[in-house]
Design a protein around this ligand. Structure first.
Ligand code: GLN
Length: 448
C-alpha cells in the first residue's frame, strides 16, 4: 500500500484519481496481513485496486464525474465491489472518468481531464480514462472500469495495457451506475492476463440483485490460462481495414500481427461484414435512448446537487439539470428523448433495435466458423487533449471498432500491440463468442 501511495503522489499531475483512501487502505493492509499469517485470507489478498467513479462503494462518495451527484455517498456496495472486498482486495481510490461514462477521452469530467502517462499532452481515452492511467502509471495493480461501447478497451489501447469487456450479463450490474443498461458491462484493467483472470473469476456470476445477470457457470479463468497450443481460426473484417479514419501506422501494425499469426500456423482469414457502417449509428441511437431514460432520476430531489435558484417545482427540476449536467450528457439526453418521441420512435429506436439484432447475428455467424474476430482496437493512437472537443462526431469515431462487441453483447479484449513511431501505444482487439472469456484470456496471453 505504501508503494502504491507513493506512485499516486508522484503521479498526481495525471489526475487519474478523484479521491485516495490512504488511511483506510493502510488499515485494511494490516488486517489482510494478519489474515495471511493465520491462513484465512481471500483469493485477492493484498491486491491493490481502484474503482471507476460509477461503482457504488458503501459510505464512499460516488459522483460519476458529474456535478449533479455533488455530496452523494453510496449506501451499499455494488456486487462486484462487495466480491472484491470479500476476497481481501484493498481499494485505494476512486478513478476519474467521463461524466456518466459518456465520452472517449476523459475530457468530459467535472474533475478536469486525466492525462495519458505515455504523453501528458494526450488523452488517455475514455470514458474509463482514470482507471486505465491508474494501472498504466502503477498506482494500483488492477482497476475496474465500465464498458458500454468501448470505455475499457479504447483507453487500454491508448495507455498500453490490457482491458477486458466480458460478455454482457457475465458480471452483475448491481451497483454500477446505469448509462445504457442493455450495453453496460463492468470491465477490468491490468498489465498481466493472470490478474485480469483472477479478478474476473471473483466478480462474475449469479446475483440476486440483477435479474439480467447470467446463471452460466463461472469458469476457472486463472487455471485455464496455459493451454493455447492449439492452432486457431481467426477472422478479420476486410471492411475495417478500408475505413478512411484508420491511421496508416495502425494498419501496418495490424497487418504485421496478421502475418505473424499466419506464420505461427494459425489460419487467418478475411471475412465480410457489410453492416459495419451501421454499427455506430445503431449504438448511438440505442444508448442515448436508454441514457435519457436512466438519467431522468437525477431531478434534484433524490440525489446530490439541487439548484439554489428555483421558485417552483418545475424550475427546480430544470435549473438543477441545467446546472448539474455537462454538455455531452445534455446532448445525449436530448438525442435520446428525440429518438424515443412518438413520431420518431419507429424510424429510429425501433429500426435500431432491428439492426442490432442483425449485427449480433452476423457477428455470431462469423464466430460459428472462427475462434475469434480480430480488429485494431482503435482507428488512431491517443489524440491530443482538446483535438476532438469541438466535434462530437469525430469523437464518436474513436469507438468505430469497439462498438461491434457492445452492440452484439460479445466478450472482447484489448491487448497491447507495441507502439507507433512516436512511441504511442497501439492495441489489438480480440472478440470471442458468448462466455468464452477463458479462451479469450488464453489467447491474449499468447499474443503478449
Ligand atoms: N465512448 C463511448 C460513448 O461515449 C463509449 C462509452 C462507454 O463505453 N461507456 O458512449
Amino acid at each position: 500500500v505504501n508503494h502504491y501511495l507513493e506512485r499516486i503522489n508522484s503521479n498526481e499531475h495525471l489526475n487519474a484519481l478523484v479521491e485516495v483512501y490512504a488511511d483506510e487502505a493502510k488499515a485494511k493492509a494490516l488486517e489482510v496481513d494478519k489474515k495471511i499469517k493465520s491462513g484465512t485470507s481471500g483469493r485477492l489478498a493484498g491486491m491493490v485496486v481502484t474503482l471507476k467513479d460509477v461503482l457504488c462503494h458503501k459510505d464512499h462518495k460516488l459522483s460519476a464525474g458529474s456535478k449533479i451527484l455533488e455530496g452523494f455517498e453510496s449506501q451499499f456496495n455494488g456486487t462486484a465491489v462487495q466480491r472484491l472486498i470479500d476476497e481481501d482486495a484493498i481499494i485505494i481510490g476512486r478513478n476519474n472518468c467521463d461524466e456518466f461514462a459518456m465520452g472517449s477521452s476523459n475530457e468530459n469530467s467535472a474533475f478536469g481531464p486525466t492525462l495519458n502517462g505515455a504523453d501528458n499532452s494526450r488523452v488517455p481515452g475514455g470514458s474509463s480514462g482514470g482507471s486505465a492511467v491508474a494501472v498504466q502509471a502503477g498506482m494500483c495493480l488492477v482497476s475496474l472500469g465500465s464498458d458500454t461501447g468501448g470505455s475499457v478497451r479504447q483507453p487500454a489501447a491508448f495507455c498500453g495495457i490490457i482491458g477486458l469487456k466480458p460478455t454482457y450479463s457475465r458480471i452483475s450490474r448491481h451497483g454500477l451506475l446505469a448509462y445504457a443498461s442493455s450495453f453496460d458491462c463492468i470491465g477490468i484493467f491490468a498489465k498481466d492476463t493472470s490478474d485480469v483472470a483472477i479478478v474476473l473469476e471473483v466478480i462474475s456470476g449469479e446475483d440476486e440483485f440483477d435479474s439480467t445477470v447470467s446463471k452460466a457457470k463461472v469458469d476457472s479463468y486463472s487455471n485455464g490460462l496455459n493451454n493455447s497450443e492449439k492452432k486457431l481460426k481467426i477472422a478479420y473484417i476486410k471492411e475495417t481495414l478500408d475505413s478512411d479514419g484508420l491511421n496508416d501506422e495502425i494498419r501496418q501494425n495490424f497487418n504485421a500481427q496478421l502475418t505473424k499469426l499466419n506464420s505461427e500456423g494459425h489460419k487467418v482469414e478475411p471475412v465480410e461484414f457489410p453492416l459495419l457502417d451501421y454499427i455506430l449509428p445503431t449504438y448511438y441511437i440505442l444508448t442515448t435512448a436508454e441514457a435519457s431514460s436512466n438519467l431522468s432520476r437525477f431531478d434534484g430531489v433524490r440525489y446530490g446537487y439541487r439548484s439554489k435558484d428555483a421558485s417552483s417545482l418545475e424550475s427546480m427540476y430544470k435549473n438543477t439539470r441545467s446546472e448539474g449536467f455537462g454538455e455531452e450528457v445534455k446532448r445525449r439526453i436530448m438525442l435520446g428523448t428525440f429518438v424515443l418521441s412518438a413520431s420518431y420512435y419507429d424510424a429510429y429506436y425501433n429500426k435500431a433495435q432491428k439492426v442490432r439484432r442483425l449485427i449480433r447475428e452476423a457477428s455470431k455467424s462469423i464466430l460459428s466458423k472462427h475462434d475469434f474476430i480480430i480488429t485494431p482496437t482503435t482507428p488512431t493512437t491517443a489524440f491530443k487533449i482538446g483535438e476532438h472537443q469541438a466535434d462530437p462526431l469525430a469523437m464518436y469515431l474513436a469507438d468505430l471498432y469497439t462498438v461491434q462487441a457492445s452492440v452484439a453483447g460479445l466478450p472482447a479484449i484489448s491487448v497491447p500491440s507495441g507502439h507507433d513511431s512516436s512511441g504511442l501505444p497501439v492495441g489489438i482487439q480480440v472478440i470471442a463468442n458468448d462466455f468464452e472469456e477463458a479462451k479469450l484470456l488464453s489467447f491474449s496471453k499468447y499474443l503478449m
